[in-house]
Design a protein around this ligand. Structure first.
Ligand SMILES: N[C@@H](CCC(=O)N[C@@H](CS)C(=O)NCC(=O)O)C(=O)O
Length: 156
């Protein structure tokens, strides 16, 4: 694994990912970027540990939540981390977390079994303090879900 200083990006990051962002996965001679696409690539390459539902409709639902996290929660977190219109970002974050909290009521995982949808939430949850996001009793289902995800044993 190569760590990158994002304030001083190496030239070869841009050669690998035209967006100049991490993560980037190199596999043999191939290069893949965009975390959701990297996750799906690994899912296809290592089918022994399935991380998407078998049923097509449930797979679509998992992808809807992956998209929700990647196009709403993560960008709002990035705005908060970089102090971009923080009041607006905080209001959006509250709205997004409320939606997630309603979805997680009475559920252990977002869709069926542990899946890429849950995994997509983990980087935000583990870094929430850095984003000045407090997940407390206002979001009890998100809190329970996030705490269980990070306490979960990694099974290999
Ligand atoms: N949609 C991208 C977002 C990746 C992203 O924003 N990565 C951040 C670090 S967490 C980054 O590389 N920021 C540097 C920049 O935007 O210049 C993905 O999911 O891979």
């Amino acid at each position: 694994m190569i760590e990158v200083d994002l304030k001083n990006k190496p030239e070869d990051l841009l050669q690998r990912n035209p967006y100049g962002k991490v993560p980037v996965l190199e596999d043999g001679t191939g290069v893949i970027y965009e975390s959701a696409i990297i996750n799906e690539y690994l899912e296809e390459k290592f089918p022994a540990i399935p991380l998407l539902p078998k049923d097509a409709l449930l797979r679509a639902k998992a992808r809807i939540w992956i998209d929700y996290l990647n196009t709403r929660i993560h960008p709002a977190a990035s705005d908060l981390a970089h102090d971009r219109q923080p009041d607006k970002a905080q209001a959006k974050m509250t709205q997004y977390l409320n939606t997630l909290d309603q979805e997680m009521a009475g559920k252990k995982y977002l869709i069926g079994d542990y899946s890429l949808a849950d995994i997509t939430f983990i980087p935000f949850y583990t870094r929430r303090e850095r984003y000045h996001v407090v997940i407390d009793d206002r979001f009890p289902n998100v809190k329970r879900w996030g705490d269980e995800l990070i306490a979960r044993e990694i099974l290999v």
